[in-house]
Design a protein around this ligand. Structure first.
Ligand code: ADP
Length: 631
């Protein structure tokens, strides 16, 4: 199945839109209350309820995600997130109650320690989450260039220097507040660096929401803290409402993820993916132009050396960088989403041996907007992508007609050749029976065997090409697998006896019923059992049949185990390709054209089944066939 990126539905009921509206209302009401003299006293309740409320919601949602997720490394991240929000709940509660409601002074060491400790813990845990996310995805295909991370590191170092030394601190670095400010700054700049990397490489919505929310929180905190260390304005600043926006975004992301049916995967894109490259390069451009701007200000201002850039301007570098990275992440997702679809289609084309061409064509039509009923909202036309998809479509059409010609040619050829081959076989057999001369009889036996082989080959080609060119219609009926295996054993018993091989069959007492095409199932089992006998010179062939429950589905399992020549692991995939034979002195003495197993695979694909091999050279082989009972 091709999996697409989730659709971005636009409606007022969209949780994202609702969160934005909620935030605007919060911000407006808060500003009004704060600016009217007789309500100013009560305005502090606003951030108290808003912030702690959202913290609590974030705790609950991430806890639920922890419970829902089954993949241990990802589960762990939700738990860390949940604990981090408990810490931010504590910090917000103490901060708002003590500083804003009871108007204690920020200089009080105990108070500072009381709310800054949980806050530092919140920052630390978030930092751990981003670092873990990157580590979890360190094996994701990439060009291995760590230079990708350089702009982030530069930005973080710059922010750190700017905050610690670019603005005049009214607070002693070594006081309790000074120490907490320094610790928070280190945690925030490192978290900023890692979170921007995660956002640039984010593959799913949840990572985007979590990182954007965190970056907004960090940038608003940076401004608040700028005013704290420079002693400029009261602590309850309007930037606290941006803090609320950050938490709202985190909660919306978690809520949407909880509603998803599947487990949320913490997957990142490769470093060299289009999305991460665009995002990081726009960050470089933004940062580069700001640095040039600041530099040129120093050089070209009216009075040389006059610093026109104020520390206040530097403090908004962080929120601006966050805005830049959010904007570029949005743009890059939009650009690359069409390419992803194309990439998915190409991947399916490469990975599946038998391609569902009409399915592929439909997917490409959607990209080219030729299918107006579906996915209208996805319209973001890029000339190059359209050209590329048109080219792929053209190639697929050509491939389709070539494949049709190929299998029809094979079908006609094998059909026409079969009649004379069958004539030679039957005539030579009757001549052989009537012959008395032993030397002539030996020669005649060669003709009988060769013509029989020829007929088997032609039958193989005919059956395969019929199925491949969809000329064969599956005839699904309720069949008894146990009986079909018995029939196959009977059919091959003469060959097995000739080679003095034992055939053991283990099956359950109850019959194994299955809805499928009798002829096709017979063909699968016959192919595998015949191979087992063909490639085994001594020992035994054992067949097991059972009903198994795997991945919450019921399957018929047929296991064919032999003690024959075995198959080198390097050939396990290859032998399922049409006309593939393992060429070795061992296999040279066994006739065949290498079509049997590809035929088996083709049938299994049509029935939704699977086949696996366990085999090493000289140690026998086991073929496991799984047929889904539901289909
Ligand atoms: P064919 O038997 O006509 O060569 P198949 O597609 O059935 O074609 O098998 C492909 C190849 O896989 C064989 O040529 C052989 O090398 C290998 N093979 C299949 N089954 C076995 C087996 N049970 N033991 C060893 N080799 C096997």
């Amino acid at each position: 199945m091709i999996t697409f990126i989730p659709k971005n539905k636009f409606s007022v009921f969209n949780p994202v839109i609702m969160a934005m509206i909620g935030w605007v209302i919060f911000f407006s009401l808060y500003s009004i209350l704060k600016n009217i003299s007789w309500t100013e006293r009560y305005s502090a309740y606003f951030p108290l309820i808003g912030e702690t409320g959202l913290d609590a919601v974030a705790v609950i949602l991430t806890f639920k995600l922890w419970k829902k997720n089954t993949h241990i490394p990802h589960k762990k991240l939700f738990l860390i997130l949940s604990i981090s929000f408990v810490a931010s709940f504590m910090a917000d509660l103490i901060y708002n109650v003590v500083l804003n409601l009871f108007n204690f002074k920020y200089e009080n060491m105990i108070i500072v320690t009381l709310f800054d400790t949980p806050f530092a813990l919140f920052l630390l845990l978030q930092l751990i989450v981003w670092a873990n996310l990157i580590l979890l995805n360190k094996n994701v295909l990439s060009n291995g260039k760590n230079t990708f991370y350089i702009p982030n590191v530069i930005l973080s170092v710059l922010m750190f220097i700017m905050f610690m030394f670019g603005i005049s601190w009214k607070i002693n670095y070594f006081s309790a507040i000074g120490l907490f400010q320094s610790i928070d700054t280190i945690l925030e700049v490192s978290g900023f660096a890692l979170a921007t990397i995660c956002l640039a490489r984010a593959k799913n919505q949840l990572i985007k929401f979590l990182t954007i929310g965190y970056l907004i929180i960090v940038s608003s905190d940076f401004i608040i803290r700028y005013y704290v260390v420079s002693g400029s304005i009261p602590y309850l600043s309007p930037f606290e409402s941006t803090w609320v926006l950050g938490f709202l975004i985190i909660c919306v992301g978690c809520y949407l993820s909880l509603k998803e049916k599947n487990n949320e995967d913490f997957r990142l894109l490769p470093v060299n993916s289009l999305q991460s490259q665009i995002t990081i390069w726009s960050l470089i451009l933004w940062l580069g132009s700001v640095l040039l701007f600041i530099g040129s200000n120093y050089l070209f201002s009216e009075h040389y050396g006059y610093k026109q850039i104020t520390p206040g301007f530097l403090s908004i570098l962080v929120p601006f960088s966050v805005l830049s990275i959010i904007g570029s992440s949005y743009l890059s997702t939009k650009i690359s989403s069409t390419l992803y679809r194309l990439e998915n289609i190409i991947n399916e084309f490469i990975e599946t041996d038998s391609v569902n061409i009409s399915g592929l064509k439909k997917q490409i039509e959607i990209i080219n907007h030729k299918n107006p009923t579906k996915e209208k909202s996805k319209k973001f036309e890029i000339y190059e992508v359209e050209k590329l998809s048109q080219f792929i479509m053209k190639s697929i059409n050509e491939l389709q007609s070539t494949m049709r010609i190929k299998s029809e040619f094979l079908m006609n050829m094998s059909h026409d050749f079969r009649t004379p081959a069958s004539g030679i076989y039957h005539m030579s057999r009757s001549i052989y029976k009537k012959m008395n001369d032993s030397e002539l009889k030996r020669l005649q036996k060669l003709i009988v065997d060769s013509s029989e082989q020829l007929m088997v080959f032609l039958d193989d080609v005919l059956n395969y090409s019929k199925l491949d060119s969809n000329k064969y219609e599956l005839n699904i009926k309720n069949i008894n697998i146990t009986d079909i295996i018995k029939e196959v054993i009977l059919f091959v018993s003469a060959k097995a006896k000739e080679k003095m091989l034992n055939i053991d069959y283990h099956y359950p007492d109850l019959p194994i019923n299955y809805n499928g095409d009798r002829l096709m199932i017979h063909r699968i089992i016959l192919n595998i059992v015949s191979n087992a006998i063909k490639f085994t010179d001594s020992g035994s062939v054992t067949i097991f049949a059972s009903v198994e429950e795997l991945a919450q589905k019921k399957w018929v399992m047929i296991k064919v185990k032999d003690s024959g020549i075995g198959i080198d692991e390097a050939h396990h995939k290859f032998i399922f390709e049409p006309f593939s034979r393992v060429e070795s002195p061992e296999t040279a003495k066994y006739p065949g054209i290498g079509l049997g197993l590809s035929h088996v695979l083709l049938i299994l694909k049509k029935l939704g089944g699977q086949i696996t091999i366990e085999s090493t050279i000289n140690n026998g082989s086991t073929f496991n066939v799984l047929l889904p009972i539901e289909s």
